[in-house]
Design a protein around this ligand. Sequence first.
Ligand SMILES: Nc1nc(=O)c2c([nH]1)NC[C@@H]1CN(c3ccc(C(=O)N[C@@H](CCC(=O)O)C(=O)O)cc3)C=[N+]21
Length: 289
Amino acid sequence: MSATIIDGFAVAAGLREKIAADAAALKASHGVTPGLAVVLVGEDPASAVYVRNKLKATAECGLKSLEFKLPAETPEAEVLALVERLNADPAVHGILVQLPLPKQIDADKVLGLIHPDKDVDGFHPLNAGRLSVGLPGFVPCTPRGSQILIDGVTSDLSGKHAVVIGRSNIVGKPMAQLLLQKNATVTIAHSRTKDLPAVCRTADVLVAAVGRPLMVKGDWIKPGAIVIDVGINRIEVDGKGKIVGDVDFDSAVEVAGAITPVPRGVGPMTIACLMLNTLDSARRAVGAS
Ligand SMILES: Nc1nc(=O)c2c([nH]1)NC[C@@H]1CN(c3ccc(C(=O)N[C@@H](CCC(=O)O)C(=O)O)cc3)C=[N+]21
């Protein structure tokens, strides 16, 4: 048996089309174009693709994108000042400060300064708290996109066992919250979990978000399970650079019921959900939601 391959690239393209139509309607009804400000401090070669794809997506969705590229040695105070300026700018509906930040900058301080109503990454503690108590707010893009892909292959998670590998604030924890909202029984596994393969084998839905290339093997997977691979790892194979997930796709695809590939799985959904969060923010700002 071979799994259904979940085409995140196609789902994301469909989502972008819908966002473009909704953004055009918002422009027609309220004269507003959703604006996304992206702040980059220093050059991170690994995130170059992300930046490029983000710019392409904003253009395609008819959103306005403002890029702020600062040198790696920019003092923290300058980044904080820029965030305050963007907080006050009515043309800016979303602010994304790309992570990781250089070491002289306290990321928690910067993320905590972003106005929660413009926090399209959903990283502000207020939005994290809203998600955990079930209040409306911004949901981080990767979990939001992953949940859309899961909903595309199953309509009922009630009572199912979902295992999330990884406890980060940006993926693991919010992903667990979303699955819990769907009435799944949720386990968050991490680097200290005892017998991780055995825990994974009990999962009806397995979300891998650890950042360890090819860690999850086919024999860790329950036959028929839904496998969502959040990892985007660059490795060398025969002297050539290659992008792989946290899941060993070739062995996993033989066991799973449905699985996301890397690339063209969760990655494009992350970007589409960033557009979606920015549109939602603009709608709320003009009272159109
Ligand atoms: N504040 C903040 N928010 C983020 O969401 C954030 C961040 N900082 N820093 C960097 C990481 C990385 N990230 C990616 C999202 C999509 C792709 C993506 O679209 N990947 C494609 C292309 C992969 C390729 O060809 O390299 C794919 O998976 O198919 C990649 C990487 C978001 N991040």
